[in-house]
Design a protein around this ligand. Structure first.
Ligand code: PMP
Length: 338
């Protein structure tokens, strides 16, 4: 009864259970303060929950457009960045989807789900993008996905390599889910490159992972095309209200980002030998410590393939990071590297 293609997928699994410290999903460790939630409740009071949300999410697109000084025609909003990735694999003409492993798994997931061939152009040894190699393999590409900062390696990709890919004229999705932590974004290039789609999310720096809101910035033609195929009501009125409120408080977001960066560097200094530099809110570590940490009540992401024996650790609150540091020191000692 079930399509064999569907059977070929593994269900999305995360470590469930009551662990004390969750550093596995690159979430913001700080919930929004009560005064911000109160503002959201005030907005909700005014909403008609019996009515469907705006069909192309105009209230949220206007708020985001104002934030960037763009037109809402350059903004598309989805139920998390993931929903938009699901559409972006289908939007463009061409044969295959290009990805640059090791990178975010959802590009491959949605390409396979749609039955599109995949072309993998691995990142270099140091995890930088090989723009020339990507361009070379993209002659017949539908779309090219590049994450910068990349997940799970944490590094920003060099601008000149990205430009080299953009110069092919093929559609490029530049996934900047973690850009606020890097303090650098190439979103302004959408004015120069109509083939550029810059994907962003409210799940990380803005701390709204539970709300589900993502967006992309792109030329009008791409935004218009997206709204031809997107589920009409996937972004609810409560989501749009929450987005409007957090965008009114960028200083709060920036303060938290600064704190997370400070903590990130504190952890990195302790384990420099085993830790890659990061431009995001997580660290890639060459430590096979997933099982050890789990026993201490700390969940991190276990990596596989080229990153076998590595873990990805989300930066948490200070006390959580303290516990992580203590546990990793014990791990190294037990391994004889302490
Ligand atoms: N892109 C990257 C690189 C990510 O790591 C994530 C979240 N894990 C997303 C996009 C999508 O996030 P969301 O669906 O929560 O907006």
């Amino acid at each position: 009864m079930i399509d064999p293609l569907v059977k070929s997928f593994e269900p999305y699994r995360v470590v469930e259970g009551n662990y004390r410290i969750r550093l596995d999903k690159n979430e913001n460790p700080y919930d929004l303060p009560d005064w911000v939630k109160e503002e959201m409740f005030e907005e909700l009071r005014e909403l008609s929950l019996n009515r469907y949300p705006h069909v192309t999410s105009m209230p949220a697109r206007e708020a985001i457009a104002d934030f960037y000084g763009l037109s809402p025609e350059n903004v598309a909003v989805g139920n998390g960045g993931d929903e938009l990735i699901g559409h972006l694999v289908r939007l463009f003409r061409g044969n295959h989807v290009v990805v640059t492993p090791p990178t975010f798994g959802m590009y491959t997931f949605y390409a396979r789900l749609n039955g599109f061939p995949l072309v993998e152009v691995p990142l270099r040894e140091d995890f930088t993008l090989d723009g020339g190699a990507v361009a070379e393999r993209s002659k017949n590409a539908k779309v090219i996905f590049i994450a910068s900062p990349n997940n799970p390696t944490g590094n920003l990709q060099p601008e000149e390599e990205i430009i080299e890919v953009l110069e092919t004229g093929k559609p490029v999705v530049l996934d900047e889910a973690y850009a606020e932590f890097a303090g650098k974004s190439l979103w302004r290039l959408i004015e120069e490159y109509p083939n550029l789609v810059v994907l962003r999310t409210f799940s990380k720096a803005f701390g709204l992972a539970g709300v589900r809101a993502g967006y992309f910035l792109a030329g009008e033609e791409v935004v218009e095309a997206l709204y031809r195929i997107k589920s009409p009501f996937s972004v609810g009125v409560m989501t749009m209200a929450a987005v409007g409120v957090v965008l009114r408080h960028p200083a709060l977001m920036e303060k938290r980002v600064a704190k997370i960066i400070e903590e990130r560097e504190r952890i990195r200094r302790k384990f420099g030998e085993f830790t890659y530099p990061s431009d995001a809110n997580f660290l890639l570590m060459r430590l096979n410590a997933h099982g050890f940490l789990l026993k201490r009540g700390i969940v991190v992401r276990k990596l596989a393939g080229r990153l076998e024996g590595h873990i990805r650790v989300t930066v948490g609150r200070r006390w959580e990071n303290d516990e992580l540091i203590r546990a990793l020191k014990d791990y190294l000692e037990a391994e004889g590297c302490g």
